[in-house]
Ligand binder design. Structure first.
Ligand code: 13P
Length: 342
């Protein structure tokens, strides 16, 4: 393992004012997003959509440090025959790849899931590295339910799989994004989210230690500490920021170069405001930025709606979200910047 190289890549992924575009929706998930805007999901429409995101030159160069791709996309070529990976690299951004194979029911734990994909992973990593991937992502899903959910079995099993994945990535020269996502579905309050996330992160770093993962060569992708979407008790931006920073400080060693949050179903502006408020509580021991899917793509998807004549407007919408989140990653965002652009 070349830890210096891994650390350099991890540092670039969380460089000040830049963050990650999660464009690794599986074919099933992107179909859902396209259905919502009335677009047929085909390999070509998926390519056209992602191509114009990656060709948003200014947004990519200034604010997007890396792009997480899906297996189909890392192999695709733009309409003019240029591999999409080359377009990302030319924009000054790093190509990455989602390598987990999604979730399956976890035996004896009703309602809970385990992320699969370890079998054959080393061979797949070698191929992805040849295709240009500098980093990878594996997402575990922890649901907060009633009674024993999440179970210790679910948290421990997922943390173990994530650590096995992270070790394999580092062994093959690829920086792992470790993503143990505590979902914001449900009616639990913010303190329950805190309590579950704390346990998830404590067990995660224990498993990473047992698998001999070098923390300097990884990026953590956690959820923020927020109330469940159906909770009647809402939380202010300041409370979310304060509780998120507190749990991270108590669980994430300072040797981790960066933390890049998922948006997880927060609105575009909420995800930005929260990230900004978190950074305003700095200096923090790590670079703290975004690795957003929905919170970066909802606006351009709506603006595009599958029409070639809307591409420029969709690129502007994407550029705007990338810029707002870039500022939030520096703790320099202001709500009136959103209104000015509207
Ligand atoms: P969201 O920001 O839409 O949660 O997506 C990020 C991601 O990559 C989830 O795995």
């Amino acid at each position: 393992m070349n830890l210096e190289e891994l650390n350099k890549i991890a540092g670039a992924m969380v460089a000040p004012g830049r963050g990650i575009l999660a464009a690794d929706e599986s074919s099933g998930t992107i179909k859902k997003r396209f259905d919502a805007i009335g677009v047929d999901s085909t390999p070509t429409s998926r390519r056209d959509y992602r191509e114009f995101l990656f060709r948003s030159t200014e947004a990519m160069a200034k604010h997007i440090s890396g792009v997480i791709l899906y297996d189909e996309t890392i192999r695709q070529e733009a309409a003019d025959g240029t591999p999409l990976v080359k377009i990302i690299e030319k924009a000054g951004s790093l190509p990455g790849i989602k390598v987990d194979k999604g979730t399956k029911p976890l035996s004896f734990c009703p309602g809970e899931v385990i992320t699969e994909g370890l079998d054959g992973l080393r061979e797949r990593l070698v191929e992805y590295r040849e295709l240009g991937a500098k980093f990878a992502k594996w997402r575990a899903v922890i649901d907060i339910g009633i009674g024993p959910v999440p179970s210790y079995t679910c948290i421990r099993s997922n943390a173990h799989a994530l650590a096995r994945y992270a070790a394999l990535c580092q062994d093959e020269g690829i920086v792992p994004i470790v993503e143990p996502e505590v979902l914001m579905d449900g009616d639990h309050d913010i303190d329950r989210c805190y309590q579950v996330t704390e346990m998830v992160l404590k067990l995660q770093f224990e498993e990473l230690y047992f698998q001999r993962v070098a923390l300097e060569g990884m990026v953590l992708k956690p959820n923020m500490i927020v109330p469940g979407q159906k909770s009647a008790k809402r939380a202010s931006v300041e409370e979310v920021a304060e509780k998120t920073v507190r749990v991270l400080k108590s669980c994430v060693p300072a040797s981790v170069p960066g933390i890049a949050f998922l948006s997880g179903g927060q609105s575009d502006e909420e995800a930005t405001a929260h990230l900004d408020a978190i950074n305003k509580l700095g200096p923090l021991p790590w670079h703290v930025t975004f690795s957003y899917g929905r919170a970066l793509q909802a606006a351009p998807q709506k603006a595009w709606s599958g029409k070639a004549e809307n591409v420029a407007a969709a690129q502007r919408a994407f550029g705007h979200r990338a810029k707002m989140n870039g500022l939030a990653a520096l703790g320099q965002w202001k709500a009136d910047l959103e209104r000015k652009a509207a």
